[in-house]
Design a binder for this molecule. Structure first.
Ligand code: FAD
Length: 453
């Protein structure tokens, strides 16, 4: 193939690691293409490169490479400064066009903006494509603002909006000869530390397999069972959505017509909702969306007990240990542990959000940090005084105690719902700590602080 052919383009994968419903890839493959993934040094040296996500990323790159090979191409992997590597690849083949998916975080947007400017100076055009969310962030807005701050009207407008049509996978991927890349590295070559023992496998193949198993088995009962902690009946597709191994639009289109699909599609709308908040307010990743004038406790011991799942509140500890074991936590448990950190321990939500990002495979700024803000009462939730009683939450969503026993082995011998509040003698005998704080006292303090705001 003629390397100097002006029709050659570069397709830069970011977190759209799929061949199906990938508008950037389809546009790029109308001619010869370099399908490129750059291991960005800026990300690899940041907290976003945790062992759980790097392992999942490496799986996903292998899966993507295999899909491209099925179509006659392959993935070109490079490592270095992202924009420089993209332009280096473009220059190597005389490409005049680069295709990339749009993203919403401050980092991703600056990175893409810089690429656009530098490419322009070199006579290369950068095309930015949708695909990260069902509806592009910023395309559904209220009359007088650039974002919806309240979910319900957003949901209504989102359902009524014209969704783009999903695109098919390219049939052929023609890669010019002689483009050098590196072999996909092993995770240990990219990041120190061991991943959680039970992380799900990454990639478009596993994403589709997961959905194919889950939809016929669980979708119809999703609305009734999504809060059932031991039932573990949610889709667990969040890591695949985070890395773009599956298109949120494709999932929403597919499930919309199924019995029970509306409830799941509504959750996908929450994902879009937080993405549009972050797109309009990039500072909300780490700054209070609504400043409540909070003063948080500096409590390293409390924070360490929370991280280690040793707070003495069994359902909290189960959630925190699920995080370490699987790199995933049930949504109800995420709410319980986040509420506990911020309202019982009065520790800054940023500490919790950062710890989640260190472990969650699906960890991303939009969904993680804005859900943390929602739970802390600094975010889009209109009620800053909302409080969860951890023991009552446990009794309600894990009524027989199976979730706690699954993740807190010291308590495995405590039968039934008693596991949610073992007596002092049982705790001492089993080596399980007493409650780290008195819930009623802690909440009285939290309410006093908030009522001053
Ligand atoms: P399902 O119930 O099967 O839902 C399907 C999809 O809808 C999810 O995969 C997700 O993409 C989306 N979704 C569901 N609930 C929410 C929600 N509340 N907000 C936004 N999108 C949602 N989700 C992440 O993807 N990444 C995170 O880093 C993250 N951090 C969170 C931190 C806290 C403190 C809380 C309370 C929630 C967080 N969530 C996060 C949202 C939610 O907990 C997960 O998306 C969900 O548990 C993933 O499991 P699932 O795929 O089985 O979800």
């Amino acid at each position: 193939m003629d390397m100097a052919d002006g029709r050659v383009s570069v397709m830069v994968f970011t977190r759209d690691l799929r061949v199906r419903d990938n508008p950037a890839l389809l546009a790029a493959t109308s001619g010869p293409v370099i399908p490129l993934f750059v291991l960005d040094d800026a990300i690899l040296s940041s907290r976003f490169a945790c062992p759980n996500r790097i392992g999942f990323l490496v799986d996903s790159l292998h899966d993507l490479d295999a899909s491209l090979r099925d179509r006659g191409g392959h993935l070109v992997v490079r490592r270095g400064r992202w924009g420089e590597e993209v332009l280096r690849a473009a220059h190597a083949v005389g490409a005049t066009t680069v295709h990339v998916a749009d993203d919403v975080s401050d980092f991703a947007r600056r990175r893409a903006d810089t690429l656009v400017a530098e490419a322009k100076a070199a006579g290369i055009e950068v095309h930015r494509h949708p695909g990260l969310t069902v509806v592009p962030s910023g395309s559904v807005t209220p009359a007088a603002s650039n974002l919806y701050q309240v979910f319900t009207p957003y949901h209504r407008a989102w359902l009524a909006a014209a969704w783009r049509s999903a695109v098919s996978a390219p049939q052929e991927v023609a890669v010019p000869d002689g483009i050098a890349g590196v072999a996909i590295p092993a995770p240990a070559a990219l990041v120190d530390g061991a991943p959680s023992p039970e992380v799900a496998p990454g990639g478009e193949g596993p994403a589709r397999a997961r959905l194919d198993t889950w939809v016929p088995r669980d979708l119809a009962r999703y609305a009734d069972r999504h809060d059932d902690l031991p039932g573990d009946a949610t889709s667990r597709i969040s890591p695949y959505l985070h890395f773009g191994c599956i298109s949120p639009l494709e999932v929403a289109n597919r499930l919309r017509s199924h019995e029970g699909g509306d409830a799941l599609v509504r959750q996908l709308c929450w994902r879009d909702f937080y993405h549009q908040v972050l797109a309009a307010r990039p500072d909300a990743a780490w700054r209070d969306f609504k400043d409540r004038g909070d003063t948080w406790h500096d409590d390293p011991e409390g924070l360490a007990a929370w991280k280690d799942g040793r707070t003495g509140y069994p359902v909290v500890d189960a959630g925190m240990r699920q995080l370490r074991r699987e790199g995933f936590v049930h949504n109800r448990a995420r709410m319980i542990v986040a509420s506990f950190l911020t309202k019982d321990l009065l520790i800054d939500w940023r500490e919790g959000a950062a710890h989640f990002l260190d472990w969650l495979v699906d960890g991303d700024l939009a969904n993680n940090n804005l859900n943390w803000q929602w739970t802390a009462g600094t975010g889009t939730d209109a009620n800053p005084h909302r409080v969860f009683n951890p023991t009552r939450q446990g009794l309600r969503f894990d009524p027989r105690g199976d979730y706690v026993r699954r993740y807190v082995p010291e308590l495995a011998s405590v039968d039934g719902k008693a596991v949610h509040d073992p007596d002092a003698e049982t705790r001492a005998r089993l080596g399980y700590p007493p409650p780290i704080v008195d819930h009623a006292e802690a909440i009285a303090e939290f309410k006093a602080i908030r009522s001053r705001s």
